[in-house]
Design a protein around this ligand. Structure first.
Ligand SMILES: NC(=O)c1ccc[n+]([C@@H]2O[C@H](COP(=O)([O-])OP(=O)(O)OC[C@H]3O[C@@H](n4cnc5c(N)ncnc54)[C@H](O)[C@@H]3O)[C@@H](O)[C@H]2O)c1
Length: 427
């Protein structure tokens, strides 16, 4: 393809705007030709940023399928529960799509969409951003090169971050399973996917999981606390105070995430943020929300050949999403702290440090997820332009298997038993 890949953005919120930026960085490779979003503020903003023609701006994604095909790819960046219908639309439309959050809320939906895409020859890239992080990708390359021998045990931690969890999973869009999905799927499907990826060809045989909603419950509400932080007499002593998380940031001039999320119909400033906290979901006391998703969860896995893995997700951390991993092999130990990889070789008893090359780290200012957002969309656009799905690291088949593992782990937590893999797909 010599002309830019023509892209439709469905859902012009946080993710949609970020991924559309690629067109501004590389206008010869990608052009945003249409947008669909029920929020006027969001779709108009994207329209202006990308000079989209008026007749290609839609309130509903359904209107797109009524038109002749006029694009090469779709970026689906809608809330979790709307993905399914979008997928079907895109399937019928018969074009490439990049779905930014690997969340179908049931195993059956995941299986059905992968089958549908495969049969229709639709190229599907799922938003497993971590697969595109240069250092995390290097972990897989080191394993495959035999740097630590046979992989014996994987230990992986996802620290969500105390205020990130309060923002997204107590007050925000992913707080309630019925409205979005359970936490392991919404937040940690990327991590289970990585563990599965690092395990290589070995199938997971058994999973067990425990987890609960800790602390963010009514019984932990401090005496004298109000229902909204702006009216709360003990707000100053609360680490989860919305005034601290949002108002203090605006006062310091920070209007990006998470502040940008809380004013859906205007740019964030001190007035709009204060109003949002007075009336909207983000001003609620964290002990008085309708949240029900786990704040801490562990998953244990046994793979073929005796390989074991232990995953932890925890809300109550200083680090925001900076994963930490140690992989124990028959000939060495690999550890990753988010900044570098260290490999200790049992034979030489020496360690080697690895960092990504400056070329691999280039992201032209599109720095979300440590630059991985840039690499995800870069790979997808290249795959579409060259009609080569092998450029996509997060394709449908492997994603389906790791998604099913997530459902199996959650079933183990809910039913309080070890789940033999294959149970979810069979039931
Ligand atoms: N892969 C990742 O790392 C990652 C990170 C964060 C979020 N996500 C996922 O990406 C998706 C979008 O998240 P976000 O943070 O951008 O959310 P957001 O709420 O900022 O944006 C969603 C947008 O979709 C719009 N929308 C709602 N219904 C729609 C419809 N029927 N048709 C078209 N647009 C519609 C909303 O108005 C909103 O502008 C979610 O599923 C989320 O789980 C993925």
């Amino acid at each position: 393809m010599t002309s830019p890949v023509r892209v439709i953005v469905v859902g012009a919120g946080c993710r949609g705007e970020i991924y559309a930026q690629f067109a501004s960085i590389h206008p010869k490779r990608m052009k945003v030709v249409a947008v669909a979003d029920p929020r006027k503020f969001a779709r108009t903003k994207l329209q202006q940023q990308h000079k989209i023609e008026d007749n290609n701006v839609f309130e509903e994604w359904q209107s797109i399928v009524e038109r002749e095909k006029f694009a090469d790819a779709v970026l689906i960046c809608t809330p979790d529960r709307i993905h399914k219908v979008c997928q079907l639309c895109v399937y019928l439309f018969g074009i490439y799509l990049c779905r930014l959050w690997p969340t179908f809320t049931t195993a059956e939906e995941c299986t059905a969409i992968v089958e549908a895409c495969t049969q229709a020859g639709v190229m599907l890239s799922v938003g497993h951003v971590l697969r595109y992080d240069p250092l995390i990708h290097m972990i897989k390359e080191l394993i495959d090169a035999g740097a630590i021998g046979d992989v014996i045990h994987i230990q992986h931690l996802e620290p969500v971050g105390f205020y990130h969890f309060a923002h997204s999973f107590v007050r925000g869009s992913w707080r309630n399973e019925a409205e979005s999905s359970f936490a392991l799927l919404a937040k940690s499907c990327h991590d289970i996917d990585l563990i599965h990826h690092w395990a290589g060809a070995r199938k997971c045989l058994k999973v067990s999981s425990f987890g609960s909603v800790s602390h963010f419950r009514k019984e932990y509400k401090p005496t004298g606390a109000g229902d909204r932080c702006l009216d709360c007499s003990v707000e100053r002593t609360c680490p989860y105070s919305a005034s601290k998380i949002y108002v203090d940031r605006v006062k310091q001039g920070h209007t990006g995430w998470p502040v940008s999320v809380i004013c859906p119909n205007s740019l964030p400033d001190i007035e709009s943020v204060t109003e949002a906290l007075r009336t909207g979901p983000y001003g609620r006391c964290v002990y008085e929300c309708d949240n029900d998703v786990c704040s801490n969860q562990v998953v244990n896995m046994e793979f073929e050949g005796g390989l074991t893995a232990a995953f932890s997700m925890v809300a109550f951390t200083e680090e925001i999403c900076q994963r930490k991993t140690t992989i124990y092999g028959s000939r060495g130990e690999l550890s990753y702290n988010g900044h570098e990889i260290r490999v200790f070789d049992f034979l030489t008893q020496r360690s080697t440090k690895h960092t990504a090359s400056s070329e691999a780290l280039k992201h032209y200012g599109m720095g979300g997820h440590g630059g991985a957002d840039y690499h995800l969309i870069n790979a997808f656009i290249s795959a579409v332009a060259n009609n080569d799905p092998s450029m996509i690291r997060s394709g449908p088949r492997e994603t389906l298997v790791s998604h099913l593992l997530v459902f199996e782990a959650e079933r183990s937590r809910v039913e309080g038993r070890v789940v033999h893999c294959g149970d979810v797909a069979r039931s």
